[in-house]
Design a protein around this ligand. Structure first.
Ligand SMILES: Cc1ncc(COP(=O)(O)O)c(C=O)c1O
Length: 386
């Protein structure tokens, strides 16, 4: 492969807005003041100040009270994804319902735990409720109700879609009818650019079975490996009982708690303004160079644009061409719950600079055109296949 010039592959935030100086100051303070605690094990819930800061984050966004003692700090939200899936499984082969395109880390965890994944079709409002209902009905009549529904309802990975409140309420209703918990993965919630913000499922329903997951990776940095689970007892206790890693990184949590002691708002505003500019540049490039060939999502938050490419693109050749020219993206199949080879690709715009985006999108456009077997205009207007 040639040098990686345009890395639209991984969902990372903007490196330019990483608050190095403020974190240095926070680290010095924490090392001066909390060395006794750092010299101890952190307990299963983790650093109290960080839990309070994250409870405040949730309470401010969702306008509901959040108890810091119902919040478990984890090693990124990926640990939370895996831990909750372990807790909710009885036997290998149990079913889980999720969006038909979902986060590859989750798919990989569920595959290795041997969950039977049932994918629900998506539209611009996220998981389609008609399909969800059909699948719950089918699984119920087969005596195989899923152990839980996993949903990335806000700025979904990979599509960027947001589920409207009315649909969230319908999902909650169905979950209640079939007595199936919802695991809500909300790690992009604060990466918001414009328009109304939809409420989290946990803020709409206080069912003690639902579990909420969030992260610091998308608003600050993934290298911190900080995420968390919100759950109410007795679910909270079940999760804690499955935890065998002696807690999460206390030092990282202490530094971030100090950094966010007055709320996440100031830093989120700066980071989101930078990300929005990149989203706009990416959308502009797609419009300029691929309008006659592809269709894509226009996310109002999050880090991704989901692109549908014509069926006549040789996807293997496209990968080869892009790699030769230093362009990286993720294949549609990486997100499909059954690993199906689908005519989509995901562009993650957060980590690149403006020049890389402006130069990169024409490179992708040229590769797509060269990988096609025809010159016809696209035959579809929708992002979704019938
Ligand atoms: C939907 C979703 N959940 C969880 C994660 C894991 O994030 P982390 O473990 O860095 O918090 C990601 C990362 O991309 C994601 O997109």
């Amino acid at each position: 492969m040639s040098e990686l010039l345009y890395d639209f592959g991984s969902g990372r935030s903007d490196p330019e807005t990483f608050p190095t100086e403020a974190l240095k100051a926070a680290a010095m303070k924490v090392l001066d003041e909390q060395s006794d605690e750092i010299n101890n094990y952190p307990g299963s819930l983790g650093h109290l100040g960080m839990r309070q800061a994250m409870a405040q984050r949730e309470a401010t966004r969702e306008s509901v009270a959040v108890d810091p003692d119902h919040l478990i700090l984890t090693n990124g939200s990926m640990q939370a994804v895996t831990l909750t899936a372990e807790v909710l499984m009885d036997y290998p082969g149990d079913s889980v319902i999720l969006e038909e395109f979902s986060y590859p880390g989750t798919l990989s965890a569920y595959r290795s735990l041997k969950y039977n994944m049932v994918g629900i079709k998506l539209d611009e409002g996220g998981m389609r409720i008609d399909h969800l209902e059909e699948q719950l009905h089918r699984l119920n009549s087969e005596g195989k109700l899923p152990k839980f529904i996993y949903a990335i309802s806000t700025y979904q990975n990979p599509t960027g879609f947001v589920m409207p409140k009315a649909r969230r309420l319908e999902m909650i209703e169905l979950a209640r009818k079939y007595d199936v918990p919802i695991v809500e993965d909300n790690c992009y919630a604060d990466v918001h650019y414009e328009g109304p913000e939809e409420p989290a499922i946990y803020a709409l329903d206080d069912d003690a079975n639902h579990i909420y997951l969030c992260s610091l990776s998308k608003i600050l940095a993934p290298g911190l490996r900080l995420g968390y689970i919100l759950a109410r007892p007795p679910m909270l206790d079940k999760i804690l009982a499955r935890r065998h890693d002696a807690g999460s990184n206390y030092l990282a949590a202490a530094i971030v708690a100090e950094f966010y002691k007055d709320g996440i708002g100031n830093h989120a505003d700066v980071a989101n303004a930078a990300l929005k500019t990149k989203r706009d540049l990416t959308l502009y490039g797609l419009q300029e160079y691929l309008d006659d060939v592809c269709v894509w999502s226009k996310p109002v938050g999050g880090l991704f644009i989901w692109v549908r490419i014509p069926d006549d693109v040789d996807r293997q050749k496209l990968q080869e061409l892009t790699l030769q020219r230093g362009f990286n993206y993720l294949l549609g199949s990486s997100f499909h719950y059954q690993d199906k080879d689908v005519p989509y690709l995901r562009l993650a715009f957060g980590h690149l600079n403006a020049r890389q985006i402006e130069e990169g999108i024409p490179v992708l456009a040229q590769c797509i055109r060269e990988a096609r077997t025809s010159n016809e205009a696209r035959q579809f207007d929708s992002l979704f296949m019938a």
